[in-house]
Design a protein around this ligand. Structure first.
Ligand code: NAD
Length: 378
């Protein structure tokens, strides 16, 4: 029986885990034995004993698990040292961060690994159950609102008290993809007054249907790619957007930014001047901080106070709810590998398959994904 190994997340450390006892059981039924590194699920409240009860081995030596594995699953990419321990032909799946981790991509190709990048799974109906970007973004959008609520010096809902009426807080959400939509829904449930903006015009209707106000800005031609991602704005459009958002920012108690452009650094949308226009005590959550940041001065995993405004750099909020985040992630990974697994033949992939074409990064010693393949030499 082939062996699937799930190591502990170390680069960066993350409480989430890519294999749960439930998915270990399902892999076994599919003909794949599973093993986790000792303590891999502990921080997400999946203790070793639950893996053992599911028929999954618990291995105390990471290097041994890597050296014996046929399949390796993870949230973040393996270290170069880990990759060197794998046998050629091993299949690995996770967020491989291919736009920024060129060294990792090259090492995976050189080691003859079949690497599947979850960021590259197409955003189609068939692939929805494998879409870890969405499952994690949804949880992050929810967590962003709770984080902001806890750091804000006001409450979110309107409250009538004998001492007078407290007005609801105002929240501005910038970027209404999966995370932004969940942030709007969560903020509405908590009673805040919500305004949202996105450069994709199709989003306006979705914002309204959640009971929030859509901020209308005329930036000229914007639109989206075939995959539904935002098109990159010109510097002039970004400037227009900043000017248009300045008033909405100044009027908001909380601003949550989620704006991303696939494969590119995040657009810088909130400047120091805009922060200076906000009330002291307001909160800004920059969910795009890990890809460059939407907010000037935000720092990954830190809270900085700029002109009295608390700016939270929160690029990995799904990790703050690691039990559910792992459950969803592990299920995405299971569905992805099940898609490629065919009984006796094991991993099989047809070039006509859209999911494989899009998500397989390296195979047979080469970077096979067109977007990342090195240019052919003449
Ligand atoms: P994302 O993380 O790439 O970006 C977040 C949001 O930021 C997007 O809505 C984007 O339009 C917005 N944005 C970019 N630049 C901006 C700017 N300057 N100002 C304001 N907002 C800006 O997005 P995502 O959540 O990964 O979703 C990407 C697309 O994929 C969406 O169209 C979404 O509906 C679609 N999607 C489809 C499926 C499916 O069909 N199965 C599943 C998930 C997502």
């Amino acid at each position: 029986m082939p062996l699937l190994f799930c190591p502990k997340e170390i680069r960066p450390p993350d409480p989430r885990v890519a294999l749960t006892p439930e998915t270990a059981r399902k892999f076994r039924e599919m003909g794949i034995a599973c093993a986790v590194e000792e303590g891999a699920g502990r921080a997400a409240s999946y203790p070793d004993a639950e893996y053992e009860a599911a028929g999954c081995a618990v291995m105390s030596v990471r290097a041994e698990g890597l050296a014996r594995a046929d399949v390796v699953v993870g949230i973040h990419p393996l270290t170069i040292e880990d990759i060197r321990r794998l046998r050629p032909g091993v299949i690995t799946a996770g967020f491989l961060d291919p736009f920024r981790q060129q060294e990792t991509v090259a090492a995976l190709a050189a080691a003859g690994i079949t690497a599947i990048s979850l960021e590259l799974v197409p955003r189609t109906t068939t692939a929805q159950k494998m879409d870890a970007l969405s499952s994690q973004a949804s949880l992050a959008g929810y967590a962003a609102v709770l984080l902001a609520a806890m750091r804000l010096d006001k409450i979110l809902p309107m409250m009538m008290t004998p001492a007078g009426t407290l007005q609801p807080s105002r929240i501005l959400i910038v970027g209404v993809g999966v995370a932004g939509l969940q942030a709007i829904a969560t903020a509405k449930r908590l009673g805040a007054r919500v305004t949202a903006f996105d450069t994709r015009p199709v989003v306006e209707e979705q914002v309204r249907s959640l009971g929030a106000r859509f901020l209308k800005l005329d930036l000229g031609e914007t639109g989206q790619t075939e995959q539904g991602y935002a098109k990159e704005l010109t510097p002039q459009q970004i400037e227009l957007q900043r000017q248009g958002m300045a008033k909405a920012c100044a009027e908001s108690d909380v601003v949550i930014t989620t704006a991303q452009v696939f494969g590119k650094p995040a657009p810088r949308l909130i400047t120091s001047e805009m922060l200076a226009g906000m009330r002291s005590g307001s909160v800004v959550v920059d969910m795009a901080v890990n890809t460059g940041g939407n907010v000037e001065g935000s720092r990954p995993d830190e809270e900085v106070v700029l002109g009295g405004v608390r700016v939270l750099g929160a690029g990995n909020l799904a990790a703050t709810v690691p039990h559910h985040a792992s459950l969803a992630f592990a299920s995405n990974i299971f569905n992805l590998l099940a898609h490629f697994w065919s009984g006796e033949a094991g991993f099989s992939y047809s070039p006509d398959d859209e999911i494989g074409r899009s998500a397989i990064l390296c195979r047979n010693g080469k970077v096979v994904n067109e977007r990342f393949a090195p240019p052919a030499k003449n």
